[in-house]
Ligand binder design. Sequence first.
Ligand code: BGC
Length: 735
Amino acid sequence: MENQNGCSLLKERAKSLTAMLTLEEKIGMIHGAHLFSTQGVERLGIPPLVMSDGPMGVRQEFEPDCWKAVGSSDDYVTYLPCNSALAATWNRDLAFATGSVLGAEARGRGKDIILAPGINIKRSPLCGRNFEYFSEDPYLTGELAVCFIQGIQQWDVAACVKHFAANNQETQRLWVDVEIDENALREIYLPAFYACLTRGKSLSVMGAYNKLYGEHCCQSQYLLHDILRREWSYEGVVVSDWGGVHDTELAATSELDIEMSVTDNFDEYYMADPLKKAVEQGSIPEDRIDEKVTRILTLMMQLHMMDDGEKTERKSGAYNVPGHRQTALDTARESIVLLKNERKILPLDAKRLQKVLLVGENAQRLHANGGGSAEMKALYEISPLMGIKMLLGGNVKVDFTRGYQSGAKKPEDGVNWQEKSLEDGGGHGRENQKENQNLAQERAALRREAVEMAKAYETVIYVGGLNHDYDSEGIDRSDMSLPYEQDLLIQELLRVKPDMVVVLIGGSPVEMGAWIDRAPAVVWSYYAGMEGGTAIAEVLFGSVNPSGRLPETFYKSHKDCSAHRIGEFAGEKKVSYREGVFVGYRFNETFGVEPEFCFGHGLSYTCFEYENAVYEASESESYLTCTITNVGERAGAEIVQVYRMAQNQDLLPIPENISELPKIFPSKELIGFGKIYLEPGETGQMKIAVKGKTEPCVFGIANSVKSMRRVEQAQGWWIRPMIRLFRGSQVPFLV
Ligand code: BGC
């Protein structure tokens, strides 16, 4: 991308061009003229700006002016692991590679802006869009999203980082007003945006639907003017969320550049005819529009959509090339998290198997085409059932039984949910969407059948979890329980097959309390893209050694999450973030609320030993170095996690309202991480950049002792290297 000088030259050029445009032409450029594009100005060679969702692949084509899929056979694409899956890899290189696939495919499909990545913080496990987001931690989110954006933008396509800001629930998302202490906003909800817009240089950003401090984010003076433009000096393009604008004057005089929406009355959009009229009548100065148009033209030149004075040829991109599928597979492999593995149940030995039974709808369910605007037409999607059959080949008999019935409703033909997405406040909780209650009998029969069948198999693998009826835009879950009576099914299966392996697929954590102590091996996979089933099979049978780590806390119940315990979730008219900065593990660690599996947790089939951990800090940089050896028998990858740990801070009683507490800090905060691959017996050296300036504090590698105890229990006799560290002398250590 252009350097500062290059950029100001482009800006000058854009300004001159703006001066040549009529008011009508300018108005055409700052609002949707179709559902996914603006108006161009042919006489001056200005093309329309063409956008598309979304984070997991370029969305299917719609008719320009209605939410009807074109239905052609040329818009199938590479289906990439969702952002939560990407976050579970903790791998910056994979974030770049995945972003690069998305950028290449967006360009290959003729797009200018790809409406991704989604980087909102996972404040509550119940938010329906969590699967589109990275993490509960702003540092992990920012680090990975920056690489993702850099990957996208090398293809002459703009990333559009979304949704700015504090968009953390779907319920009443168009109207809910977020009440939050400014410090918490700046510590938790803004840093990843700052990183993406400054370091990542995202060329565009999408405003959020919700209100913040009483202002709608897409037309907010505070967010868009005070923070984005003035404090952060951001010069890129601000796009509204679809239908996020509510007032002509507020929008036009804010720093919003383009208004988009879901309805086809394009000329009536707030920044269309009503704005033109206001300018003609003199109530809104025309130079507010000129600023917007200049920014849009600058973006077009940065993307080489039009002459930038240097006649740079625009990259053409490509979609569905084999390399893209390899990236999807690489990312999927590293995204899978081994939560529990007692008695070394996993990996399974394919050579000793004669027949295996898979139970659970997710063994064969495909997920690409769901979840809201992140839906897409995958070129293909390997289910776990197919992945396992592909891996085992013809000598092993692989059978399947559903075990439960989801009762999913099929969307009406040709109608997309988005057409109606502005109704009902833009979203609601799960209670409003009654599940089909008549399925109880059917489920009982499926359960009986599965349990009977399981008795006859030496190896049984359960594949359940959630699907996009639950992980979806516009709907928040009402609790974390596994739907479709799966708890009952898992318990009954474990009774007859105590060695059963449980694989769960979902976009956000689920309750496991009913059976977790009896299940010896549990594998977690987020929606892992077109090769997700391949990766799951490879992890189960050991050709891939799992290296994913949880990018969020897996609570025992949503009630243990601070948004529910102290704050509010989900609010209707208002929502109070009373938990302040104590989001996710920051809350659980500080106040001693034990999760089922902690942030950063994930097991391996090998183990690693840490030595010589040293923290060094100078004025300009801080980093931690250490030596790591793979002391097990399999090649594998370790993720070194560096936390700032509060010194001598006792566990505090859980308060009603964090802001009433004397100033305390979270007892633990992620400040650095790195990933290393090692062959058995191999030793490697890590140097991990650490966020922030030098200050006296204690550093810990990986999780706290308390959380580690849990890991130790879960892992049985396999002692985690981090425990050795905590038990040894190097860490925690005082700087
Ligand atoms: C979503 C955005 C999406 C847009 C366009 C909205 O419903 O909130 O994330 O990019 O639609 O489809």
